[in-house]
Design a protein around this ligand. Sequence first.
Ligand code: PLP
Length: 404
Amino acid sequence: MPTPTPSLLESDRNPTLSRRTSAATSSAIRDLLDQAKQPGVISLAGGLPDPALFPRHELAEIAAQKIRDGAVLQYGTSQGEVETRQALTALFQPADLPPDQLANRMVVTTGAQQSIDLLASVLLDPGDVVVVGNPDYLGALQIFRAHHAELAPISIDSDGLDTTELEHALRGGLRPKACYVVKNFHNPTGSSLSPERMRHLGDLAARYNFLIIDDDPYRELYDTTREPSAACFPDERTASLRSTSKTLSPGLRIGAMVAPDWLLEPVIIAKQSCDLHTSTLSQAIVAEALEAPWYQTHLERVRTSYARKRSTLVSAVRDEFGERATFKIPAGGMFLWANIAGCDDTTQWLQRGLANGVCFVPGTTFATSPDPSGTPLSNYLRLSYATGSPTELVEAVRRLASCC
Ligand SMILES: Cc1ncc(COP(=O)(O)O)c(C=O)c1O
């Protein structure tokens, strides 16, 4: 059943701020993680892509040429430039729609984060129900909470969102407007939605008339061409989100949303009032990069590097914690979600870790339900292997083990 969004007491509210702003509170963990910026701390916390993998020289060349041409210095269209939309169709393969139709139904956004926010703006009235995983991506939860949605948490296991539990809730009367799902390499758990569950979720969306918000920013970090078509999600009931943050650069802020016709126009209007359009310079850089001869080699390098770092982190955790560590090795993405027997309160462990020069994100940060079943989220930690070098990853785990 939905959990009401935490709201501030009227008396605690600054009357000058909107209710929406007041709902966004600071968290103790965020304050703790601020300390991670101190010199000497190795961070396994943020999902920051490895800066060594940014194709800096290639992007610089494209940018210089585009700026010299000058066209990218002008305002653009709210839906996004045609060439950019056509290039971004590559992120939606395999797809049943031909590229031209995909591009027509696409909006170029300022990252997947903005796509989620635009969808929340056009879909949600206060009190509307959104199905989310427990745990789930904090950035999406913040948006849904800011829109005063009620979150309906559904368990996530090694096959992703538990669609049987969702069906049970729907049969029991749950009527969500939307279901937010990260089907590949979920943040924070690293799990992927099994093909059976994808089909099941698609059936449920069609039967109970809710929108699937298919947020898939990590899929390119693994060769997903072998994946079954996302067409098991019904076209009319799915908004598919992609991003170039993890493969090219998050600083360019380029995301893409493919939405059904009934949703497209409201999203474009919301986008217009939000920021008119996504940076024309960033769009032009990404459009050219995705079609450049070097792009596939770059992508292979990114995939190989993250796969190697994942193996380094997994071996380091095994070496330091042995059988006490429980986790499933993620097939891709950036995160290892683990539970270490004997280190049960990971928020307290984070405090000791920071004193010892290492940080991570405690499991409760991603909680959507105050009362989880099974092992409590407070026993979990999310370790990111994206940013650090292999040597730093090994040292970080050694520091973690010494203060467990
Ligand atoms: C699941 C998920 N969705 C969306 C985002 C935001 O991506 P973008 O940089 O495209 O806004 C992130 C960033 O870490 C994420 O983990």
